[in-house]
Design a protein around this ligand. Structure first.
Ligand code: AMP
Length: 143
């Protein structure tokens, strides 16, 4: 595993604007600040993507998210919402391969966050959806 920039932040080898830290989880401001307060939440243990988490590590990391989200809300009362984003793989826009959750405070329709959300209902029949769900359930049970 080659070290990512986030390992250097965890080890305090390079600076970051830390907003939350405990023994297992670190949260710091994303340098791009898509919107004011844009924060990254990371496990200190190295996992590259969501596919690599143990149940325990997932529980640890996600359990901190509401607390950090509420801190953002209290810090910025003008916030009207929060997007939580987790990119996995280059095609999914992941650029740092130490898993992280983006917490992106929202301030209105004209803040600088955007997301294209396709609507493809027409391409799937109820039968198609049933088959897809069955495929996923079977894959889960085999894992
Ligand atoms: P992703 O594209 O989902 O992998 O997101 C990686 C994020 O890490 C980007 O939004 C970058 O702006 C952010 N980032 C990269 N280097 C640093 C750094 N040194 N400090 C804070 N954020 C960083």
């Amino acid at each position: 595993m080659s070290e990512t920039i986030f390992e250097k932040i965890i080890k305090k080898e390079i600076p970051a604007h830390i907003v939350y830290e405990d023994d297992e989880v670190l949260a710091f401001l994303d340098i791009t600040q898509v919107t004011k307060g844009h924060t990254l939440v990371i496990p200190k243990e190295h996992v590259a993507t969501i596919f690599d988490y143990s149940d325990e590590l997932a529980a640890t990391v996600f359990s901190r998210v509401p607390k950090i989200a509420r801190a953002l809300q209290r810090a910025f009362p003008e916030m009207v919402g929060l997007n939580i984003l987790n990119n996995n793989g280059e095609q999914a826009y992941q650029s740092v391969f130490h898993s992280h959750l983006h917490l992106i405070p929202r301030y209105g329709a004209t803040d600088d966050f955007g997301l294209k959300w396709g609507t493809n209902n027409d391409h799937y029949t109820a039968e198609d959806l049933k088959a897809l769900a069955e495929t996923i359930r079977a894959a889960h049970e085999e894992a």
